[in-house]
Design a protein around this ligand. Structure first.
Ligand SMILES: *[C@@H]1O[C@H](CO)[C@@H](O)[C@H](O)[C@H]1NC(C)=O
Ligand SMILES: *[C@@H]1O[C@H](CO)[C@@H](O)[C@H](O)[C@H]1NC(C)=O
Ligand SMILES: *[C@@H]1O[C@H](CO)[C@@H](O)[C@H](O)[C@H]1NC(C)=O
Ligand SMILES: *[C@@H]1O[C@H](CO)[C@@H](O)[C@H](O)[C@H]1NC(C)=O
Ligand SMILES: *[C@@H]1O[C@H](CO)[C@@H](O)[C@H](O)[C@H]1NC(C)=O
Ligand SMILES: *[C@@H]1O[C@H](CO)[C@@H](O)[C@H](O)[C@H]1NC(C)=O
Length: 602
């Protein structure tokens, strides 16, 4: 990372994955105490963009993140009028993230629009998963691009460490392609549905309907305020296609709107759906994921000129057959006509549908102004930060191929852990920890960094069958829980650090097939090895334990290598020095794939 002046950049957007560049977003140094914090990103864009009719500002992501950019098609009319998108081919890794830093801690609505790449040769619609702050909240399903409501995903989430990460997880069906990301601060108490709600809860917007007007609208269109998160409301004139519900509306001022914490706009209550004389009840049904909790928010206002007093309209609200609210009498509950009433109820749903019925019990037909349904998702705990940063160092030092990805959090979402990393939940710390590293036979050509020891909970390391060079870091001896250390078939050189002798839990130590030299530490080789299996064979010049040669007078490395090649080639030691020996070349090439031999030691 480059050094830059913090004064110039009170706010930096770090769209990670690749590198980070300076001089950006200094313009956002607004007074955050008054206005909600807002960031909108136009993915795949070279320049900041302003969109009409609201003159909304979208920041470019160019130079901040990985993936590729392309032109977008607009599968639905609600999609913001942006021209570009960013997509993430699987060859670049299964996990790709936007990490947005310097986000004030608080409660946010995060909304992502998905796009389709405008490329006639790529007609397929990608299917992928989306997580925010490590919590999986959306899985795109086939057909999403032809359903307005499914072209975006939205979640309410708390930011607690000044940064927000949004990740896209490939599922092997096309390249995740993202049109825009919006991070919109909302009231800390927004959609607080019960004492069990809080920072451990993520709410996914499953449905948001405005009743009685066919037109969809954002809060902004409804003259809402920014603290509402600029929600999108789908417009509906009937709650179910089979019913002949009626729409009514009013121009009257509605009281009790734009109130904290949810700041619902007044227009939401100026129209409604009502039942008919023939069918006075109202019924609404939606598909849901089974075995989840859903938080249902129902909006009412008495705007019907035929209803002027209590007892004239009383109905029960049933959700999946259970009475959620009994004897709802809007005028009695609000005290007046033209006054907003919001009721919320959280229900556990075991099946695949959620059905809301408004059943009149007294007076006239049922009425409703708006419906919101959220899936309640327990927020994932994250991986211990020092272990995440150690893995990042490891990714660079070992030269992990792009296809590994290793972006976002290593252990969460639990559905998409990093490959090559074993995770375990540590109840005492309340974090995930890394207890295994399995990067065997991956064509790695880097070195093992000393920082590997910051992965203090490792019980097993297998880096066998790569082309890892350099020394075994002394610090490995401090990973005290280590039971398995398999570094066999690499090109490690130097001597075995004495510190490995401190690893009293070690059961398997495979250092065979490397270029190690010098004396096997007495505290390793000389230790009584109950059930433990150590292998030091096939190295350039290890000595000092039974099975290896005695540590005699020092042989030059070149001589040892020469001997090794000599054996391999069936010739004498001098063949090593023969120029452009085809056998040698062949060995050099195949060695990248398979185990190395001491012949590769330099
Ligand atoms: C996007 O479209 C513009 C023309 O509208 C074209 O110039 C540009 O090359 C396209 N970009 C990509 C990446 O296809
Ligand atoms: C949601 O409903 C609960 C009762 O179930 C109530 O205590 C809470 O205040 C309601 N939340 C809002 C924001 O209206
Ligand atoms: C639903 O909520 C109940 C009560 O808070 C909780 O015990 C249960 O684990 C939740 N179920 C899911 C799937 O989150
Ligand atoms: C390490 O990985 C190699 C190659 O996949 C495998 O053969 C070996 O058994 C593993 N080592 C241990 C100790 O499991
Ligand atoms: C180990 O190998 C590296 C090159 O990979 C070399 O620079 C270094 O000098 C070698 N160290 C020893 C002790 O042989
Ligand atoms: C030790 O490694 C060598 C190859 O380097 C292998 O041939 C041998 O079987 C291994 N010994 C044991 C006990 O696993």
């Amino acid at each position: 990372m480059r050094k830059r002046s913090p004064a110039l950049l009170p706010l930096r957007l770090w769209l990670l994955a690749l590198s980070v560049w300076p001089a950006f977003l200094g313009v956002l140094a607004a007074d955050l105490s008054k206005e909600p914090f807002t960031i909108r990103i136009s993915c795949g864009s070279f320049d900041d963009v302003r969109t009409s009719p609201t003159n909304t500002l979208w920041y470019r992501d160019f130079g901040y993140t990985g993936g590729r950019f392309g032109n977008a098609t607009r599968p639905s009319f609600i999609i913001p009028p942006l021209k570009t998108l960013r997509y993430f081919p699987l060859s670049d890794g299964p996990e790709n993230c936007y990490n947005i830093n310097n986000v004030p801690n608080g409660h946010y609505q995060v909304r992502l629009f998905f796009g389709l790449l405008d490329n006639p040769s790529l007609v397929s619609e990608p299917i992928f998963d989306v997580s925010v702050e490590g919590t999986l909240f959306s899985s795109l399903l086939l057909g999403w691009s032809s359903d307005d409501e499914k072209t975006f995903a939205e979640a309410l989430v708390f930011v607690q460490d000044s940064s927000l990460s949004v990740c896209f997880h490939s599922t092997g069906h096309g390249d995740p392609s993202i049109l825009s990301i919006e991070v919109l601060q909302i009231d800390d108490n927004s959609y607080n549905f019960s004492p069990s709600w809080g920072k451990g809860t993520v709410l996914r917007t499953a449905k948001r309907l405005k009743c009685g007007s066919g037109k969809p609208a954002f809060d902004e269109d409804l003259h809402g305020i920014r603290w509402g998160g600029d929600r999108f409301w789908l417009g509906l004139q009937t709650l179910s296609s089979s019913s002949d519900d009626q729409s009514i509306s009013t121009e009257n001022v509605i009281a009790e709107t734009l109130l904290a914490p949810n700041f619902y706009p007044q227009s939401l209550y100026q129209s409604a759906i009502v039942g008919t004389d023939r069918q006075p009840s109202l019924s609404f049904e939606m598909d849901v994921t089974p075995n989840k909790n859903y938080s249902v928010w129902l909006h009412f206002a008495e705007i019907d000129n035929g209803v002027t007093a209590e007892e004239q309209r009383v109905f029960d609200v049933l959700i999946n057959g259970d009475t959620a609210f009994k004897d709802v009498d809007i005028i009695r509950m609000t005290g007046e006509r033209f006054t907003a009433l919001v009721l919320n109820k959280t229900v556990a749903v075991s099946g695949t549908t959620l059905k809301i019925i408004l059943q009149p019990v007294k007076g006239t037909r049922a009425i409703i102004s708006a419906i919101e349904v959220f899936e309640v998702i327990p927020a994932e705990k994250k991986t211990l930060p020092q272990e995440v940063s150690a893995l990042r160092t490891l990714k660079g030092s070992l030269g992990l191929p792009l296809r590994f990805g290793w972006n976002g959090d290593p252990c969460v979402p639990q559905q998409h852990p990093w490959s090559g990393v074993d995770c375990q939940f540590d109840n005492t710390k309340g974090n995930w920890i890394i207890d295994g590293l399995g990067l065997d036979s991956q064509g790695l050509r880097g070195i093992i960094p000393g920082d590997i020891s910051k992965l203090q909970h490792l019980q097993s390391i297998n880096l066998s069958g790569n082309s890892i060079k350099g020394n075994i870091p002394t610090s490995v001896g401090t990973i005290s829980a280590l039971q398995v250390l398999d570094l066999s078939y690499n090109e490690l050189n130097g001597s075995i650090p004495e510190s490995l002798g401190q690893l009293t839990s070690l059961q398997i130590l495979n250092l065979n097939g490397n270029c190690l030299s010098g004396r096997v530490p007495a505290n390793l080789g000389g230790r009584p090895l109950h059930r433990a299996r150590f292998n030091f064979t096939d190295n350039a010049g290890l000595c000092g334990i039974p099975g290896l040669r005695e540590c005699g007078p020092h042989l030059s490395v070149a001589a040892k290598i020469g001997m090794a090649f000599g054996r391999a080639g069936g010739k004498d030691g001098r063949t090593f020095f023969a120029p452009k020996n085809s056998l040698l070349q062949g060995k050099l090439l195949t060695q990248n794939q398979g185990p190395s031999s001491p012949g590769m030691c330099k």
